[in-house]
Design a protein around this ligand. Sequence first.
Ligand code: NAD
Length: 335
Amino acid sequence: MNSRPPRSILVTGGAGFIGSHAVEHWVKTYPEDRLVVLDKLTYAGHVANLASCNGLGKWELVQGDICDASLVGDLFSKHQFDGVLHLAAESHVDRSIANPMEFVQTNVVGTLCLLNVALQAWGEHADRERYLFYHISTDEVYGSLGPEGLFSETTAYDPRSPYSASKAASDHLVRAYHHTYGLPVVLSNCSNNYGPRQYPEKLIPVVVQALAEGRSIPVYGAGANVRDWLYVGDHVRAMEAIFHRGRNGETYNVGGNNEWNNLDLVRLLCRVYDQLHGRPDGTGEAQIAFVTDRKGHDLRYAIDATKIRNELGWTPKTNFEEGLLQTVRFYSPAI
Ligand SMILES: NC(=O)c1ccc[n+]([C@@H]2O[C@H](COP(=O)([O-])OP(=O)(O)OC[C@H]3O[C@@H](n4cnc5c(N)ncnc54)[C@H](O)[C@@H]3O)[C@@H](O)[C@H]2O)c1
């Protein structure tokens, strides 16, 4: 619990994976804050994701599009927001390859719409102590690493998929509104999240569901792509620290210091699943099937999280195997 004055916060994308964990944490930790969750409820957003928040805190869900300037303006007038936690996005790389336009619409135009309304409501050079637009972004904007090196906050942007290009564009717009109009903003670029409630098109839930249904487990290419995995609850704690103490106009990289190539990660998930089900070791691994690689598949992402650790005292806390166990249990509740 915290003694700061109550805030009125717009949470976009709060019915999605990370957003719903953020809302849950917020209503439990800051029950006096008023939250309005604005979510279009696309295929990735579900009212049920917020079920654990029922009866807690002060929040409401508004189904709507962040590109709808008149709706967003009405919400700002009605609720006098002093904070925005902006998570709404189209977020799946494969979908962005199939349909880039939707990604530009939500991720770029939608973010611009929110920035415009916030600027109108708060005015130029608003006080960071009172107002904040917090933009949640991804490490994918930095492009792809070779076997060595880490992304820092000063790494040049080099997005390589329509998803990461649209997120990069939105990051640039957020910084432009800070520099041009003095809008109080912070940004964070986070590595791959995992945990309960992730839509089952992303790697970890895909694997667990395939295991549960006895289907083949698709692994792109040779499974050599490396990602830095972070438990969603650790990301939410980072967001909380950045929202409250992040410096105006700054960016914070958030990562798990937990690199896995896809094949090793899938094998680990198989072992966790087999153990939970009392199956002989190797049962799950027999389901692995290599499939044609994703177009332009980035080889490696890895984060240097020194800045958030030194400035805000944040470090990831969740042990990877424990986090995976909770995640596997969520997707196979019969266990
Ligand atoms: N999942 C990750 O590993 C990861 C890592 C780093 C950053 N991020 C970023 O975090 C944010 C949330 O990611 P997620 O994994 O929870 O995504 P998600 O796809 O699970 O959820 C996105 C939410 O946004 C909503 N939405 C989509 N378009 C909308 C629109 N036009 N108007 C209003 N709502 C809309 C969806 O209905 C959904 O509830 C995104 O901005 C993403 O780029 C995600």
